[in-house]
Design a protein around this ligand. Structure first.
Ligand code: GAR
Length: 200
């Protein structure tokens, strides 16, 4: 069975959506571990309440040194038997750039969610960028992570209409509702072996 690790930095609402879909057997996978780079991430408490093992790999002292940090994450993945053969690593609001070494080792086994219709608006404050541009539609994207930030083969997207009176908060809220649908669905498809990658 697919062995899942979820990496978070904060609130953990996407993580929660995935964990609940596994608990209710909508996704045929085992949750091995939730890892946070922040000791005070709210999502850690949610994971514990759901009976999932958690680990903190504090990134405080590793600001620029991505590979040195990612080696510590990989050691935790190995401890929980989340391997490039049987595993999936879900980035769920994990606000660190992943090293190319990590991406290569877990090639097409690292998924990310981003609150925009990629390739538009990668990076921080995607919802704000959409509003500032006067975009009429935005949304969210689940994709396999590659070496670039918020980039890589797209798996699922959901569109959200941008309303005239939207603020960053209201738009983010409506996008987040869609994130909670498409991320568990992408993991489900992966677990069922229904995602095939051909030249991206
Ligand atoms: C989500 O909106 C996710 O799409 C975004 O961070 C939020 C995390 O929320 N990720 C990115 O912007 C990645 N570039 P959550 O902790 O409640 O899941």
């Amino acid at each position: 069975m697919l062995n899942l690790a979820i990496l978070i930095s904060g609130r953990g609402s996407n993580m929660e959506a995935i964990l609940k879909a596994i608990k209710t057997e909508k996704i045929p996978a085992n949750t091995a571990v939730v890892i946070s780079n922040k000791p005070d991430a709210k999502g850690l408490e949610i994971a514990k309440k759901l009976g999932v093992k958690t680990e903190v790999v504090d990134s405080h002292d590793f600001k620029g040194d991505r590979w040195e940090y990612d080696k510590k994450i990989i050691a935790v993945l190995e401890k929980y038997n989340v391997t490039p053969e049987n595993g999936l690593v879900c980035l769920a609001g994990f606000m660190r750039i992943i090293s190319s070494e990590f991406i290569k080792k877990y090639k097409n086994r690292i998924m990310n969610i981003h609150p925009a219709l990629l390739p538009s608006y990668p990076g921080l404050h995607a919802q704000r960028q959409a509003l500032e541009d006067g975009a009429k539609y935005s949304g969210c994207t689940v994709h396999f992570a590659d070496e670039k930030v918020d980039h890589g083969p797209i798996i699922l997207q959901a569109t959200v209409e941008v309303k005239k009176d939207d603020t960053e908060e209201t738009l983010s809220e409506r996008i987040l509702e869609q994130e909670h649908k498409i991320y568990p669905e992408a993991v489900r498809l992966f677990a069922l072996g229904k995602i095939k990658l051909k030249e991206n």
